[in-house]
Design a protein around this ligand. Structure first.
Ligand code: L34
Length: 284
């Protein structure tokens, strides 16, 4: 039976550290870190994630500014709001929850956020900085995965790492962070010839596709570290990841659950990035 990597517990520890540092920062600068979160439309899952972000802000001592806009909001109005937030000194971090409605160009919106307030690290300037290893922010989900691996006492150096999924927000930056820690990294995707064979080579397997039970026990090496980034609903509406948890946990050495794995870490890392943004704004 695999060791469970408990994201809920680890995220609690990280948020506790951010809370203590925030109290110190406020005392020394008189500035309260502020995070603005924009949600366009009423996707039920996004509403839960945004709600969890607000709760975390209040818990660590940040100001939380929520902007809930109707699904019909125009791209120009959304970018107008972002420009206002860029200029607002009480806002240190800006996050526009994805996905956006189809009529809005995600790239244009991400590009409108000031790189200094881009606590998702999705802006091309920040993506480029990550690529060369000289960055202020790391994207929250991949950074959360690295923290889970570190907290479990697992070293990445020299390990075979397989990332399944190549999205700009998880798969690609995930591969880069594992590479920075000296992993030997393979990225798999829908055109990969033999996904099962690639996965079986992995000492560290990260699944970030969005397909329930894509990763089955036969695709996992005995004793491997399995990180499940998937956030899906199964046929009964129950939350599940990309990994067939019950079967894979018999074979893996370490495994993360869904819920209570990567999700809470994404939010903890967002808190860390927001504090970093506030420090940068204050030259602290
Ligand atoms: N801009 N858009 C932007 N930044 C992000 O970092 C995100 N992401 C992803 C979706 N869109 C985004 C998130 O916030 C995914 N994501 C996210 C955040 C939190 C949780 C899941 C996904 C989370 O709190 N998960 C809980 C369960 C929540 C539930 O009950 O549904 C967990 O324990 O996994």
């Amino acid at each position: 039976m695999a060791n469970l990597i408990n994201g809920k517990e680890i995220s609690l520890r990280v948020r506790g550290e951010v809370k203590a540092e925030t109290a110190d920062f406020i005392q020394k600068t008189g500035t309260v870190p502020g995070l603005a979160v924009i949600l366009v439309g009423d996707d039920p899952a996004s509403k839960i994630y945004v709600g969890n972000k607000k709760k975390a802000c209040l818990e660590v001592g940040f100001n939380s500014f929520e902007h809930i806009l109707p699904a019909e909001t125009s791209q120009a109005d959304l970018i107008g709001l972002i420009e206002k937030l860029n200029a607002d000194p009480s806002v240190h971090g800006i996050l526009c929850q994805l996905p956006l409605p189809k009529h809005i160009d995600e790239r244009a919106v991400i590009g409108a956020i000031s790189p200094k307030k881009d606590v998702d690290a999705f802006h091309p300037a920040n993506v480029g900085k990550i690529m060369i290893g000289d960055y202020d922010f790391l994207p929250c989900t991949p950074a959360g995965v690295m923290e889970l691996i570190r907290s479990a006492g697992i070293s990445v150096a020299g390990k075979k790492c397989v990332v399944v999924g190549r999205s700009n927000i998880v798969g690609k930056p995930m591969a880069m962070l594992l590479l920075h820690e000296n992993g030997t990294v393979t990225i798999c995707h829908s055109k990969t010839k033999d996904l099962a064979a690639e996965c079986r080579e992995a000492d560290i397997l990260v699944a970030a596709v969005g397909k329930p039970k894509l990763i089955t026990a036969d695709m996992v090496k005995e004793g491997a570290v399995v990180i499940d980034v998937g956030m899906n609903r199964d046929e009964n509406g129950k939350l599940c990841g990309d990994v067939d948890f019950s079967a894979v946990s018999e074979k893996a050495g370490f495994i993360t659950p869904v819920p209570g794995g990567v999700g809470p870490m994404t939010i903890a890392m967002l808190m860390k990035n927001t504090l970093t943004a506030a420090k940068l704004a204050k030259n602290y």
